[in-house]
Design a protein around this ligand. Structure first.
Ligand code: FES
Ligand SMILES: [Fe+2]
Length: 330
């Protein structure tokens, strides 16, 4: 199968998370999005800037250079580029001779939201969704570092919308002893621009799970929603009978067709007494279980509706795949 994500115009026109905000500082860093190398740094106004990580002079990696007065300086011959891609300085140029017009680079769009840096390689066709809890002072936000998963972002989003793997993949965490049948899935718009469904479950509640749920006892009742925002963002909301709410944003970014960045963001309205790292131990363990399974699957998830068999319980991921295929195939 040829590349179906890399180079796709519709995906280039969407925002993708490529770094945590706190990773981008004075020193440039290199990321890869949809097969394209990007250099990130902060300019003089502390804004995140993104340029192709390829100098227009001899293709050196700008990410190996340095930030000088808010511009990035190439490590090879010292050409400098501003955040908007303008080549501002060519040390070897004859005085008075202007910079060649083709020296300028086409800047990428970069923005920050939810503690993450998002890049759009083209023209943003849709805004990022909202998470109301992000501006609610009764909630705290917990970010995690980006990981590289050797699997396609298509398989990740499909997995994050799929609840029927819980009793099999998540036996080490919350899936143990869980019902294998799932309630009827009624799809529709959710808040914040997400699309999905609401359901209720009784989940296993032992060990790290008791920290996540804030309750003891072997089994805990959860009211949940599961939804997506194209192309690859998935969100789960969990409400316990105590009023404790836990929002989980699962972020998948195609590095290329079969390699991806993964990060998750948690919002919680607990009393903030349990350290953030402890709160997310359970989510981390769940993510590791998904990663182990997904890295055994080959290639990109087929996006047509005929090459895979699905059942009623797969309705949400099937709908996500239908919408993604419509987006990708234009
Ligand atoms: S390759 Fe960048 S300045 Fe020469
Ligand atoms: Fe999972």
């Amino acid at each position: 199968m040829g590349a179906i994500l890399c180079g796709n115009a519709a995906l280039r026109n969407r925002w993708h998370a490529v770094a945590r905000s706190n990773e981008v500082g004075g020193a440039p860093i290199r990321r890869t999005l949809l097969g394209e190398h990007v250099v990130l740094w902060r300019d003089g106004q502390h804004r995140v800037s993104a340029l192709p990580d390829r100098c227009s002079h001899r293709e050196a990696k700008l990410s190996l250079g340095a930030v000088k007065d808010g511009c990035i300086e190439c490590p090879y011959h010292g050409w400098q580029f501003a955040a908007d891609g303008t080549c501002t300085h060519v040390p070897s140029a004859t005085p008075g001779v202007p910079v060649p017009p083709k020296a300028h680079l086409a800047a990428h769009r970069a923005t920050e939201k939810f503690g993450l840096v998002w890049v759009c390689l083209g023209e943003p066709a849709a805004p990022l969704p909202d998470v109301a809890q992000d501006s609610d002072p009764s909630f705290r936000r917990i970010n995690t570092d980006l990981e590289v998963w050797r699997t396609s972002a298509t398989r990740m989003a499909d997995n994050f919308l799929d609840i029927t793997h819980f009793p099999f993949v998540h036996v080490g965490t919350f899936g143990r002893g869980q019902e294998t049948t799932v309630p009827k899935v009624e799809l529709g718009p959710l808040d914040g621009g997400f699309y999905g469904y609401a359901y209720e479950v009784f989940a296993n509640n032992e060990d790290a799970g008791t920290v996540a749920s804030g309750q003891s006892g072997g089994v805990v009742h959860r009211r949940m929603t599961s939804g997506f925002s194209l192309p690859f963002l998935c969100r789960s909301t969990i409400e316990y009978d105590t009023g404790l709410a836990h929002v989980l944003l699962l972020v998948s970014t195609p590095i290329d067709d079969v390699t991806s960045y993964f990060s998750f963001v948690v919002w919680r309205n607990d009393d903030f007494s349990v350290p953030a790292d402890e709160v997310i131990v359970f989510d981390r363990a769940i993510g590791a279980e998904d990663k182990r399974m997904l890295e055994t699957l080959d290639g990109v998830l087929p996006l047509d509706q005929t090459s895979l068999v699905s059942v009623q319980a797969d309705k949400c991921s099937v709908e996500w795949r239908r919408q993604l295929a419509a987006l990708v195939n234009g």
